[in-house]
Design a protein around this ligand. Structure first.
Ligand code: PAF
Length: 299
């Protein structure tokens, strides 16, 4: 999906003031919904790029009011990961949102989401197992916990997530269903750079030579799609994806073709997903591509 053009600025658009207080944003969102307004929510960690802005634009197209949160969530980073150096360009993020129809930008302090003494975490099993769940122990517990808290502060009709974090979308959907949260979860297509690299706030870490090599992730997924439709086995495709990435110097964390919903073994008559993750220097990247059912396809 190509990056969308910025929405034109009109004088009718209010300037967005960040709101830090979860009680206030909750009251305002509930009042808007009580007045019959459909509210869409885009949770982010900031460092907004075209992928985030595509989610915001989709929410603005489908909803009466849009809320965006910007919160770098400490509980989803493991020891030694990039929590401290994760980019936090708040002024640029607010400027990017100013030209869009966003009513609330929720920017809580860490203590507002995790008050002193807090001791409760949500643990999702099922789709949280394997892949990111193995490489980043505790990551999905942090994601599920913060998404739950953000949804309490922003009790919207629908929340928008990017397909780039495919396993995360499954974990969030599982948590929402298991806890009976009254919200719809919508997953939107990954936005890519011209050479195919999936948009990510972490792309900013890439040194120029690594940035050139990073295209290996999406190339491995293109290869996977061709081999999947040619009837190759998941194991064989995974080995080829790994070779494509390693030939460009990517240190591969995993490469797999699995069922798109359960992340268990792929079967021909259901959608599958090719998942990849790897490191270039200090930068860790993930990507994926959905593969259609292939029953009846040429072998
Ligand atoms: O995808 C992200 O940016 C984060 O994992 C999320 C969903 C905002 C939770 O911190």
């Amino acid at each position: 999906m190509a990056a969308p053009p910025p929405a034109p600025v009109t004088s009718a658009m209010p300037t967005v003031q960040p709101v830090a207080d979860p009680v206030r944003v909750r009251a305002e969102v509930l009042a808007a919904r009580a007045a019959g307004r459909r509210v869409g929510f885009v949770p982010t960690m900031g460092a907004l790029h075209a992928g985030h802005l595509a989610l915001v634009d989709r929410a603005a197209a489908e909803c009466d009011e849009v809320a965006v949160s910007i919160f770098v969530n400490p509980t989803q980073f493991g020891p030694g990961e990039d929590y401290e150096r994760y980019p936090r360009p708040l002024a640029a993020d607010l400027a990017a949102l100013r030209s869009r129809r966003v009513r609330w930008v929720f920017v809580p302090a860490v203590e507002a989401i995790y008050p002193p003494g807090n001791a409760t975490r949500i643990v999702v099993e099922g789709p949280a197992r394997g892949y990111e769940g193995d490489v980043r122990p505790g990551h999905f517990s942090g994601v599920a916990t913060v998404v739950h808290r953000l949804l309490q502060a922003v009790p919207s009709d629908v929340a928008y997530f990017g397909a780039k974090d495919w396993q995360q979308t499954l974990v969030v959907k599982r948590m929402v269903e298991d806890l009976g949260l009254p919200i719809e979860i919508l997953v939107c297509p990954t936005v890519r750079e011209g050479d195919g690299l999936a948009m990510s706030s972490r792309n900013a870490y890439l040194a120029p030579a690594d940035r050139r090599r990073a295209v290996a992730l999406s190339e491995s997924l293109t290869t996977a799609a061709a081999r999947w439709s040619a009837g190759r086995s998941a194991t064989e495709i995974a080995a080829t994806m790994r070779e494509v990435m390693e030939s460009r110097g990517v240190v591969v964390d995993y490469a797999a073709v699995v069922d798109a919903e359960s992340l268990e073994d792929a079967v021909d008559d259901r959608p599958a997903v090719a998942l990849v993750a790897g490191r270039l220097g200090v930068t860790r990247l993930i990507d994926n591509r959905l593969l259609p059912p292939r029953v009846g396809s040429a072998r």
